[in-house]
Design a protein around this ligand. Structure first.
Ligand SMILES: Cc1ncc(COP(=O)(O)O)c(C=O)c1O
Length: 382
């Protein structure tokens, strides 16, 4: 079965981790700062804080822009649950906006309609690797005095008119889970140009401890540090950073291969008549974390046809997946009182979506196997 995504680990990665394991540092050591500096280069952000997961990154990022109990946080319904869960961790309320029909990213008009006097932030998600429309979202966040957050778990390496994901919002979060653009096993990072946000993240990831002499309230000796706020243990380890550094060196190759596969799919699948290929905005270079087909629009039985297509793909050896059930349709969120029908475009998107295999290690023969299978299944659905 060809999975929809898979890590690419080579002997260089293994050597880098082995070297880190032989060094005196197992958790926080010199490779953390090296990895952070390399990520700053790759993302265009001034400050990077590596953390233990993309979820930890979201929690820390939301905290750093001042999200508090009772605040509302606007976000797209079409995302992984972590985007919303991190707001709940802080006692804030996720408010779901609908998505753009072409790209599946937060629809700016829907986001603006959701603003109330309790809104603190807008979080956009770069669904499948395609940056959300930050130019439009920036105007809205500025008009209402809101923070703008980019959940860039899917989009490391993507650009919008030449701007990288570290340059699009007040703060952005990355994930290094194995199916993502690079991996550290579990891992993540928060990237920003704002020194105050960065400082808040650095303290939050390590119990809210302050070590900076200038900020200490008392000075009791060289051993002394103080806790100023409630934080967590969200630190990444040195050997994970070694893996991240080694992976990051290959990011340009990974992205080039993902883009090559996506354009092969675009070319070979544009005209089969049963599935729409992914939409995009002018000026965007997606990182192609996912390649999401949708069963053609406008047929009453599209959800049924998606099920038939999904089963047919699995039967023919494609480990396709579906991204995502709109967050508020999870039973946990239904119990919180969110109603079905809240975001009709996201619900329709979900009901027709199928993610094809796409990852750097796919061979040309495997890419061809996918396009043949899709054409075959499409013919069967017609
Ligand atoms: C959009 C999005 N946000 C956040 C996350 C959470 O990242 P992690 O799994 O590293 O905690 C994911 C991961 O799957 C994701 O897809």
């Amino acid at each position: 079965m060809l999975p929809y995504g898979r890590q690419a680990i080579d002997e260089d990665d293994i050597d880098a981790v082995a070297e880190a394991l032989r060094s005196p540092f197992l958790t926080t050591g010199p490779r953390i700062a090296e990895f952070e500096a390399a990520l700053a280069q790759a993302t265009g952000a001034r400050f990077v804080a590596a953390v233990s997961s993309g979820t930890a990154a979201l929690h820390a990022a939301y905290r750093s822009v001042g999200i508090k109990p009772g605040d509302e946080v606007i976000m797209p319904a079409l995302t992984f649950a972590a985007t919303a869960n991190a707001a709940l961790y802080l006692g804030a309320k996720p408010v779901f906006g609908d998505v753009d029909r072409a790209t599946g990213t937060l629809d700016p008009e829907s986001a603006e309609r959701a603003v109330t006097n309790r809104t603190r932030a807008i979080v956009a998600v770069d669904y499948a690797g395609h940056p959300a429309d930050y130019d439009a979202l920036r105007l809205i966040s500025a008009r209402h005095g809101l923070a703008l957050v980019d959940d860039a778990a899917h989009s490391l390496g993507a650009t919008d008119r030449g701007r990288k994901v570290g340059e699009l919002a007040d703060v952005a979060t990355l994930s290094f889970h194995p199916v993502k653009l690079i991996t550290t096993g579990e891992g993540g990072a928060v990237i920003t140009n704002d020194p105050a946000i960065h400082q808040s993240i650095v303290e939050f990831r390590s119990h809210g401890m302050v070590r900076d002499d200038l900020r200490l309230l008392r000075h009791e000796g060289p051993w002394y540090h103080e806790m100023h706020d409630l934080g967590f243990n969200y630190r990444l380890t040195d050997f994970q950073s070694a893996l991240g550094l080694s992976q990051l060196r290959k990011l340009p190759l990974f992205l080039a291969r993902r883009r090559e596969i996506a354009s092969r799919y675009d070319q070979d699948l544009a005209d089969q008549g049963a599935f729409q290929i992914p939409g995009r905005r002018d000026g965007v270079e997606s990182a192609w974390h996912l390649y999401v087909l949708r069963v053609m629009e406008g047929r009453a039985d599209s959800a049924h046809r998606r099920r038939l297509a999904f089963d047919a793909f699995r039967d023919r050896g494609l480990g396709v997946q579906v991204h995502y059930l709109p967050v508020y349709l999870h039973p946990f969120y239904q119990d919180l009182g969110y109603a079905r029908g809240l975001c009709p475009v996201a619900e329709d998107f979900y009901s027709r979506a199928i993610s094809l295999p796409i990852y750097p290690a796919m061979t040309d023969a495997e890419v061809e196997q996918v396009t043949h299978t899709v054409r075959d299944v499409a013919a069967g659905l017609a």
